[in-house]
Ligand binder design. Structure first.
Ligand code: NAP
Length: 270
């Protein structure tokens, strides 16, 4: 429910037809955001749109698009570039794989990279210049804890999510002081269709590591309201993340120097 006098901007959510994206749709509509819902499955999107209108009384529009297809991606980009009422982009659409790289088909890796990396990048690029010009807007990028744990699942999936974390950190650095909020959310195993589509139904995972999509999104939105750049809903002690990030930053001054480090024993050129 929007209790402020100013109407909330529209939220465009990719991958809204199921799982985490559908929960974002519900929670953001409940806050009073009009919605633009993007995914491939027109029927599921129309049903969700009708439910959201009835439950929360907000305007809901459906954009059916396969974000791995250039023409569809361009249509969603054009919408983000031209609709100044959109103030929140939730880059949620994504696919994964549980099979290792050596057992993956080139087509499955292409599809994963096109959706998780290329589409997310292009939509972010389409939305953010307008947010900067208006001095207001937010991007929520759904990454994954595998960004921090490359030994888990498929390496291309984990690499795609590490890309999302890096891009989010860089974007925050670039536009954080221009009125644009950026958040990367790193869910652990979450109870959605993702797992069945990735090759292992979620019921086959140890249930002690699986969170509901509702709890995951509710925690992520608390992190958003606290303006966290990185939100890891499962992590009990945020200090663990802060120490890891501080260690990364401490590398900074030594990452680019005129000579190789002494420990390599290279005979230095003059
Ligand atoms: P999901 O239920 O399978 O949802 C994926 C969504 O993406 C669906 O709405 C799907 O809709 C959409 N989508 C898939 N391919 C698309 C395409 N080519 N074009 C447009 N939309 C497409 O899985 P989920 O768990 O909610 O996943 C949401 C995000 O969370 C993903 O980025 C995933 O990597 C991330 N994540 C999930 C977990 C987990 O354990 N579930 C953990 C960490 C991160 P259509 O089929 O209708 O297109």
């Amino acid at each position: 429910m929007n209790t402020s006098a100013t109407p909330l901007g529209k939220a465009l959510i990719t991958g809204a037809s199921s799982g985490i994206g559908a929960v974002y749709a519900d929670r953001l509509a409940r806050r009073g955001h009009p919605l633009v819902l993007v995914a491939r499955d027109a029927r599921r999107l129309a049903e969700l749109a009708a439910r959201m209108k009835a439950a929360h009384g907000v305007e809901v529009e459906v954009l059916v698009a396969d974000l791995t297809q250039t023409a569809d991606l361009r249509r969603v980009e054009a919408r983000l570039e031209s609709d100044a009422a959109i103030s929140l982009l939730v880059n949620n659409a994504g696919v994964g794989a549980t099979a290792p790289l050596v057992q993956s088909t080139p087509e499955s890796l292409d599809a994963m990279l096109l959706l998780n990396v290329l589409a997310l990048t292009r939509l972010t690029r389409a939305a953010v210049p307008g947010f900067v010009a208006r001095g207001q807007g937010a991007v929520i990028n759904i990454a994954s804890i595998v960004a921090l744990a490359p030994e888990l699942l498929n390496g291309v999936y984990s690499g795609s999510k590490a890309f999302v974390v890096n891009l989010s950190q860089s974007l925050h650095h670039e536009v954080g002081d221009k009125g644009v909020q950026v958040q990367a959310v790193l869910p652990g195993a979450t109870h959605t269709d993702f797992w069945r589509l990735a090759g292992v139904p979620v019921e086959h995972l140890p249930q002690g590591i699986v969170m509901s999509a509702e709890d995951m999104v509710d925690a992520a939105l608390v992190g958003f309201d606290r303006r966290e750049l990185i939100t890891i809903p499962s992590l009990p002690d945020v200090g663990d993340w802060e120490r890891a990030d501080a260690a990364r930053r401490a590398l900074g001054p030594n990452l680019s120097r005129p000579k190789p480090a002494e420990r390599y024993g290279v005979a230095l050129s003059a």
